[in-house]
Design a protein around this ligand. Sequence first.
Ligand code: DX5
Ligand code: ZN
Length: 232
Amino acid sequence: MKTEENVVKLAPSILAADFARLGEQVAEAEKAGADRIHVDVMDGHFVPNLSMGAPVVQSLRRVTSLPLETHMMITNPDLFLEEFVAAGSDSFLVHWEGNYNLDRTVRRIKELGKRAGVVINPATPTSVLEEILPEVDLVLLMTVNPGFGHQHFLHSTLSKIHRVRRMVDEVNPRCEVEVDGGVDEETAPLAAAAGANVFVAGSSIFGDKAGVTTAIDSLRARIVGRQGVVSA
Ligand code: DX5
Ligand code: ZN
């Protein structure tokens, strides 16, 4: 079924952007047809790396009208939700790992009027999604271990994407299935065939020597038509 929720969407990850030209690069991505901007927030504890915080979202809010999705790779996302909402975040992706009160976090995001997504790491089984799935707008499957850009897509996640697509279609068809990590022209069509419809891409968009516009065009062209090719 073709609905607004399962059309192909591209979410360039600014982790791979040139921070000295961030506004420019995001504007170019918007013009090239990006559907949302993916902002990776890391605290050096939840993942072994540091990245950016709410001030970056605030600056981006002034230069783009695209939805800003905020991937919270931090130990206590609840503490920062309000700050990011005030800065202009439109949605939050929160990890199952390490969150003992995930339902509370998801409810809080919704109370704040924002879209909520749950994220699972490569080694986390899909069964943990069972209870939370009806409550979320997105499921994000990490296709690398979180913390760094420019890693190789883990092909072992393909069967997981397929399983999650089946769960989503059954339980909450309005939920999006998103993938993050190592997504490029080779791996995106595989993830699409397995059932993903939202594609986060950092290096393959901002690191493409041909430029952001060409990268977005060719990534989209490789994905469209591949969706749901793998059948049960
Ligand atoms: C990794 C981040 C990703 C990262 C993807 O922890 O969540 O969003 O930016 O980067 P690429 O597309 O380069 O693998
Ligand atoms: Zn991310």
